[in-house]
Design a binder for this molecule. Structure first.
Ligand code: KG4
Ligand code: ZN
Length: 340
């Protein structure tokens, strides 16, 4: 018997923000193709994602991106078992482009449709790594992206307990805002990571905003951002501003806040491992500090799977698909979709 008869192939589409992405995933863990068309350059002039520009660009490229994902996977639509798509959270206009495209494929190709939570996608990026067979629940998962900073205890597939979240800015949002304050290119996260390599993380003592007692495992980054803003205003000209030291000192404070809460939650919950996912999980200082400070194995996705992509959406969809979940063609996007 051909073993391929038993394999599941899911075409996944992700358009929640400013990346138009499509991927084909085999059996939930094998990346058969992974195409990401980034709009970063288009939004750089606005210093952030401009929603109308994002949705228009998704419309322009989604056809080509999906075609390329199918070609890279050497598959026809008849070889697929399902089409999965991000239904939220994200920008409504952007989400709608992916959703409508996926519905069109579902109808025209007779494929089942599956809507995926974008955050769950980030969480399942860890299943696309060689560590997948070693994953044992419960796992503590920190999702750190441009829109989210959340700590979940995952006790099984699709089972999440929210332990803490940001009370104000998301970690990636803080990196992006501070990047702007320091005159670094958009997006600020990678630029701060880069500039920090040349800076002294102890040059400025910015607040760690831990708030252990009052807020348990919640995070807060707005005080840190304000402290950096106050420091920046001391310099009368951007040319005399010690950008690398400011970047490194901000990054040290942000990383410390993320690591200390995660370490406390890991100790309290008895998690077998810590997973870090989302765009900010690409941060080198965060990766190093997590590994150094945690007593349990720390796992991060490969760099290409940290920021938004459709492979992670396909991985998350797989676990719903094999449990029999299918969505109707009435499925709608939910810009503020929650995981729990
Ligand atoms: O997951 P993602 O691609 O999109 C969202 O779902 O939000 O995350 C994007 C965020 C941006 O805020 C970006 O600045 C941040 O991830 N980011 C980083 C790094 N690479 C991306 N932040 C810190 N260090 C990095 N190396
Ligand atoms: Zn994301």
């Amino acid at each position: 018997m051909d073993v391929k008869e038993h394999s599941t192939r899911i075409l996944a589409i992700e358009t929640s923000c400013d990346e138009t992405a499509a991927a084909v995933i085999g059996d939930g863990v094998t990346i058969l193709s992974n195409v990401v068309a980034s709009q970063t350059d288009l939004h750089a002039r606005y210093g952030g994602v401009f929603p109308e520009v994002a949705s228009r660009q998704h419309v322009e490229v989604i056809h080509a991106v999906v075609d390329q994902a199918m070609r890279q996977a050497h598959l026809g639509f008849g070889d697929l078992d399902c089409v999965a798509v991000t239904r939220g959270p994200g920008l409504v206009g952007s989400l709608l482009v992916g959703m409508n495209f996926a519905k069109g494929l579902a109808v025209s190709r007779g494929l089942p449709l599956l809507g995926v939570n974008h955050i769950e996608g980030h969480i399942y990026s860890l299943w696309l790594t060689e560590v997948a067979p070693a994953i044992r629940f419960p796992v503590l998962t920190l999702v750190v992206s441009g829109g989210h900073t959340e700590l979940y205890l995952m006790s099984g597939h699709g089972q999440y307990q929210l332990l803490g979240a940001t009370l104000d800015d998301a970690a990636g949002e803080a990196f992006d805002k501070v990047g702007r304050l320091l005159g670094l290119p958009y997006p600020g996260g990678p630029a701060i990571d880069e500039a920090s390599e040349r800076g002294n993380p102890a040059a400025y003592r910015f607040p760690r905003a831990v708030m252990e007692q009052e807020h348990g495992y919640d995070f807060s980054f707005s005080g840190l951002k304000t402290a950096v803003m106050r420091q920046v205003s001391q310099y009368h000209s951007p040319t005399v501003m010690p950008v690398a030291d400011l970047a490194a000192s901000f990054q040290a404070a942000a990383v410390e806040a993320l690591v200390s809460k995660t370490a406390a939650a890991a100790a309290a919950t008895g998690a077998t491992a810590v997973h870090v996912a989302g765009g900010v999980s690409a941060n080198r200082a965060l990766r190093a500090a997590m590994t150094a400070r945690l007593d349990v194995p720390v796992r991060v996705p490969p760099l290409a799977l940290c920021t938004d992509n459709a492979a992670m959406i396909g991985a998350a969809a797989h676990f719903h698909f094999i449990r029999g979940r299918r969505d109707s063609l009435d499925l709608d996007v939910v810009p503020s979709l929650q995981l729990t």
